[in-house]
Design a protein. Structure first.
Length: 742
């Protein structure tokens, strides 16, 4: 080995092992000297970035398109072991055999051509390839509480089984800039096989795991940002210590003008035991507030309805406010004369600093009470109010004499109502319900008092084991089907702080998992709200299940595999159970919404269910060639229904009349020009009845044709959208430009 060769070959080898895009490009440089120089220059640049989040955007993600046909000139991977290491370009298809060119993760040709059986291959789309989303109903709707009739006045929650990146792109069509709240609980990248990237669980030893995770999150958060209402909305992201710090920086870079706060929440009070490290008991939630969004106050348990208005001791407690100090005020050391009946008879004048207490005037039949600490020095303190202010409060009954303490230097405890409490009484928040023997008032709160939540949450209701895992087990009839659900009440608390006074809020969770967010929103809707959620989750099986399924020669896309995925096996049955109040086996759920020793809103039996509606979808990737041939409206029908507010009937097919605006529909569609007159009449009838549709779609292949239709049918241009007859074209525009994202 020459001196020149050794290091070069090492660099080349290391770079080839890397998953990073730039490293890979450098590794492919043929000239060893040039390769070394560029690698060194890149390394210098990399180490120069000293502040903020610097990470490497990774190889594109790919999506396996189960159920689609492998075609020439497209990409495919192995059904039994999908992923970038088994990716091919399909050069030719002959009968049941394909000629394949292996490609690397950048879809560049590598190695020799080979052949493969078509039934062992599955198509794969590159990240950034135009995808054509279709929302296909995947199972029966769940409607309403136990009687199963649903609540026709409420919109539907929706659950989408699919890759969230593409689901978010699809949702942009319907809700760009309109979402009130996004709550997500992404994989924490803990190395415990909790996160899949490009079809593989990311190993804790992968040196690039942090930047892989950041690349993955960045792409999705950028879409989330476009969905959120810039005028007023909030993004909440749950996270733990593994990626918490990096996530904070990422959020700052994506949302530079937003308010970002982090809350610590104790989810496992005993702590997760890990030898040699702290037993972690908490995790975090980042709250990113856009526009005018603010945290709402919440009921203060200390000032609950019926609670006594609390008193504060009049003697100042901090040493720096002792007698004579500037801080304590020089006029706040004076005698308070308490008579034998335990009532205040007089408030004396302040004693100048240095004048002994014995020099104060005597009042017959009274003891003079001074603010003196019960410490070895009997430190003279100050009262918390000046003498005139104390007299004013005394006259209104806001000063109380406590028990006599003759053995102590201060012979009576004196307390008073602070100005905040006085305000509570005088504004009617608290009512005077009687008086104490010393003449002071007895006041109780008549309404809850609201306080701002603190940034550390230690609430028994947030225990993830009890109110996440166990609660989910109860809903599913005792079976444990998922390891990482959040506490229902923890998610409910997060949502409440921002959507309590938004009864029509739209909430999205694109790492939906077992469906906790939808369930929590249903509980919030117990106040009569019509809030709705859109949940997106993929249908992955746990790492353990994946192994046992593979051992049985079963793969993603196979019915048995899909039936065990998180969407099918957990989210759907969980929400079905929550709404109907019945376990998957049909038995009434035995649990209750309650937290031992802690008050929650809307306690009660789970078997009561909810008056809510849920609809389930699969996000499918439409095969452009098939759809083009059919010109099928069905593929977009449900997306239009989402734009209309996910309420009322869905317009699923094109009627002969050329237009559709069924009773109860929140949107209408003009399919053909011949339907203009009929549609115009239907629109005007609905408008004069005070129930115009919220949205109108007009199918027109030219701008002229569209504008003529808008005029002729009398649609509101602000709420009218043009659709192309070639339905796929409508959504093509949503595809994120590859170079923006990578
Ligand atoms: C930590 S769990 C969320 C748990 C949820 N908060 C609950 O209480 O049940 C994250 C979920 O995101 C899903 N997920 C991960 N990557 C995804 C992706 N790219 N698209 C859609 N879902 C994904 C996983 O299936 C997993 O169930």
């Amino acid at each position: 080995m020459t001196e020149e060769q050794g290091p070069h070959e090492d660099t080349a080898h290391e770079l080839r092992q890397s998953t990073n895009a730039i490293d890979m490009d450098i590794a492919s440089i043929e000239d060893p000297n040039l390769r070394r120089r560029i690698a060194a220059a890149f390394e210098r640049l990399r180490s120069k970035a000293e502040y903020g989040l610097v990470f490497e955007r990774h190889k594109p993600e790919s999506v396996v398109l189960h159920g689609q046909t492998v075609r020439e000139d497209r990409y495919a991977t192995l059904r039994s072991d999908p992923g970038p290491r088994n990716a091919y370009r399909v050069l030719a298809i002959d009968g049941d055999t394909a000629t394949l060119q292996p490609v690397d993760e950048h879809f560049r040709s590598v190695g020799q051509q080979t052949t493969g059986m078509l039934d062992e291959l599955v198509p794969v789309a590159r990240f950034g390839d135009p995808i054509f989303p279709g929302l296909i109903k995947s199972s029966e709707d769940v409607l309403g509480a136990v009687d199963g009739n649903g609540n026709p006045t409420k919109p539907f929650h929706t659950v989408v089984n699919g890759e969230n990146f593409h689901a978010l792109e699809t949702l942009l069509y319907a809700y760009e800039g309109q979402v009130d709240c996004i709550y997500i609980d992404p994989p924490y990248n803990s190395g415990a096989r909790d996160w899949k990237y490009n079809n593989d669980y990311v190993d804790k030893d992968d040196v690039y795991r942090h930047s892989l995770w950041l690349s993955f999150m960045e792409k999705r958060l950028k879409l989330a940002q476009r969905l959120l209402n810039p005028k007023e909305s909030v993004l909440m992201v749950a996270i733990d210590d593994k990626e918490g710090a990096r996530l904070g920086l990422l959020l700052e870079s994506i949302f530079p003008t937003a308010g970002i706060e982090m809350v610590t929440t104790v989810i496992n009070p005993r702590g997760k035991y890990r030898t040699g490290t702290f037993a972690r008991s908490d995790e975090y939630v980042y709250f990113v507030t856009l526009g005018s969004a603010t945290v709402a106050g919440e009921p203060d348990p200390d000032y609950a309805e019926g609670a006594l208005v609390p008193w504060r001791t009049l003697r100042r407690s901090d040493y720096s406010s002792r007698r004579g100090s500037k801080k304590g005020g020089t006029g706040q050391f004076y005698p308070i004369y308490v008579n034998r009946d335990g009532r205040i008879e007089q408030v004396g004048e302040p004693l100048a600093h240095g004048v002994p207490r014995s020099k104060s005037p005597k009042v017959r039949g009274c003891v003079a009470v001074f603010p003196i600490r019960d410490d070895p020095d009997q430190t003279e303190m100050n009262w918390g109010l000046t003498a005139p202010e104390l007299r004013a409060r005394l006259s209104r009954g806001y000063v109380r004499v406590g028990k006599a303490t003759p053995g102590k230097p201060q012979t009576y405890e004196i307390s008073y109502l602070t100005s905040g409490k006085v305000l509570d009484v005088e504004t009617g928040r608290a009512a005077i319900v009687g008086s104490n023997p010393d003449g002071s008032v007895l006041a109780r709160y008549v309404t809850h008092k609201v306080k701002m939540p603190t940034s550390t949450w230690v609430r028994p209701s947030h225990n993830a084991e009890v109110h996440g895992t166990e609660l989910l087990k109860t809903l599913l009839g005792g079976e444990k089907r998922f390891d990482f659900p959040k506490s229902l009440y923890a998610v409910e608390d997060c949502l409440r702080l921002f959507v309590a006074d938004k009864p029509d809020a739209l909430v999205i969770d694109f790492f939906g998992g077992s469906g906790t967010t939808a369930h929590a929103l249903m509980r919030l809707n117990k106040d009569g709200g019509r809030r709705r959620s859109i949940l997106v989750t993929n249908n992955e099986v746990s790492a353990g299940e994946q192994e046992s399924l593979r051992a049985r020669d079963l793969y993603p896309g196979d019915a048995e595999w899909e039936a065990l995925g998180i969407c099918e096996y957990v989210a759907k049955p969980r929400l079905r159970a929550a709404v109907t109040g019945r376990t998957p086996a049909g038995a009434p759920i035995t649990g209750e919404y309650k937290v031992n020793g802690f008050e929650i809103l809307h306690p009660g039996p789970m078997s009561e269910g909810f008056e809510e509606n849920v609809r389930f979808y699969n996000l499918t990737y439409l095969d452009p060639e098939t759809v083009e041939a059919k010109q099928s409206f069905e593929q977009v029908a449900h997306l239009l229904w989402l734009v209309g507010g996910a309420e009322g009937p869905v317009i699923e097919t094109e009627p002969r009349s050329g237009w559709a605006l069924p009773d109860g529909a929140t949107y209408g569609v003009l399919f053909r020009n011949k339907g203009r007159a009929g549609f115009a009449e239907a629109l005007s009838t609905r408008t004069s009845a005070g129930d115009p549709p919220r949205h109108v779609f007009i199918i027109a292949d030219s701008a002229d044709e569209f504008h003529r239709s808008v005029d002729e049918v009398g649609a509101d241009p602000a709420h009218t959208t043009r659709l192309y007859r070639h339905y796929l074209k409508n959504f093509r525009t949503n595809v994120i430009d590859l170079k923006d994202q990578l």
